[in-house]
Design a protein around this ligand. Structure first.
Ligand code: GMT
Length: 374
């Protein structure tokens, strides 16, 4: 198949899923065309089946806001025509789904028929999409999509609850490439971060409000008083400054390291014992899956799609959103004994195997075929 993929190229789950999917499809012999405003950050190596088409335009002085959606639709029209694409797959509804619909209608006028699939990822539904400044367009473009997928059952339910949807929605879970994310030993690196008797906790996110990053710090403050440990805060975003200030207030700066954005997260998971993800809402929790693939159990909230990944008391623990006391208690349960931790680590990996790209990617291929056959 000749597939066009539209996504956000920046750090963030939807861009990672879209890029890894494109790379996986290319390896299976499909031609993949990424259409976006910047090279996706995970698109870091050459593959003969992958092309990248940049959406670029000069911003005219009249525009206070650059009309990206119009430029994107125009670029889609151009790439579909020139590269003879069979299907477009857009990730994150805003503004990709409405731009795809516009491109589809323009191409129809030219006698070209192109189906487009919209994959909903999370905040495009649960947060931003619900806002009345976007809702009518999001709802319309979901209904006009040739196919719609969500990354969890929970997100499908949220979509049906928040919008008037008359289109079918297929659930295709997020996936992991176990060749990249696996258990690696980094004893020397571990020694640089923590003493032998200390546990290492890790949080990775874009530090947006929805991630409740301050809960990570507050939970860790309770835990570190009872169990020798260190906390790695990985990523960057609007809440990072507040978290650093909170660490100073709580006088735990010596135990918490802010590492900023990191590419090789698998190396950080290699030295970690527990991943902490206390999000307010989380459609799936790709970062949690990445941790589990590296044999790291997860302590999370019970929001959104996390229960589709985490089995309480087996491969991790889930607590009510904001319940930092229970979170600290649960962290202690996993981390206090070597034997218990070993069991959680093994079960975390076993769960991750269920979301192997080798299992999930064929689901996308079948879905493409189903939509093309319509
Ligand atoms: O909000 C983010 O963290 C980024 C966002 C995105 O779309 O880039 O992530 C969402 O998509 C991921 C990939 O499908 C999911 O694993 C995340 O759970 C989801 N984030 C939220 O729902 C908050």
């Amino acid at each position: 198949m000749n597939i066009g993929i539209v996504c956000y190229p920046t750090y963030g789950g939807s861009g990672v899923v879209a890029t890894e999917l494109g790379k996986g499809l290319a390896l299976k012999g499909h031609s993949v065309h990424f259409i976006t405003y910047k090279q996706p950050f995970r698109l870091d190596s050459f593959h003969p089946n992958i092309s990248y088409h940049e959406v670029s335009f000069e911003n005219y002085a009249l525009f206070q806001y650059p009309p990206y959606e119009t430029a994107l639709a125009s670029r889609m029209v151009d790439v579909v025509q020139f590269e003879k694409l069979d299907i477009l797959h857009v990730h994150y509804a805003i503004p990709h789904a409405s731009a795809a619909y516009l491109a589809q209608q323009i191409l129809k006028e030219k006698g070209i028929s192109i189906p487009f699939i919209t994959t909903l990822h999370g905040t495009d539904i649960t947060l931003v999409g619900k806002d009345k400044s976007f809702l009518p367009v999001v709802e319309f473009s979901i209904n006009k999509s040739s196919g719609v997928t969500t990354v969890s059952h929970s997100l499908k339910k949220d979509t049906l609850d928040s919008f008037q949807i008359n289109n079918e929605i297929e659930v295709i879970h997020n996936f992991i490439n176990l060749n990249r994310f696996s258990k690696i030993e980094k004893p020397h690196f571990r020694k640089l971060v923590a003493q032998d008797d200390e546990r290492i906790l890790i949080h990775i996110s874009n530090f947006r409000k929805v991630k409740r990053t301050e809960d990570v710090i507050k939970m860790f403050d309770l835990l570190v008083k009872q169990l020798p440990s260190k906390l790695l805060m990985v990523g960057d975003g609007p809440e990072r400054q507040k978290c650093e200030e909170l660490c100073r207030e709580l006088k735990i700066c010596d135990s918490v390291k802010f590492l900023g954005k990191q590419e090789a997260v698998e190396e950080l998971f290699a030295i970690s014992d527990l991943m902490v993800l206390p999000s307010e809402s989380e459609s799936f929790g790709l970062a949690a899956l990445e941790a589990m693939a590296c044999h790291v159990p997860v302590l999370s909230s019970n929001a959104g799609g996390l229960p589709e990944l985490i089995v309480n008391g087996e491969n991790g623990f889930m607590c009510e959103v904001g319940d930092i006391e229970s979170m600290a208690e649960s962290a202690k349960k996993v981390l206090q004994s070597e034997a218990i931790l070993k069991e959680f680590k093994a079960k975390a990996y076993k769960t991750a195997q269920k979301f192997d790209i080798e299992i999930i990617l064929p689901q996308y291929e079948s879905y493409y075929k189903k939509i093309l056959a319509k």
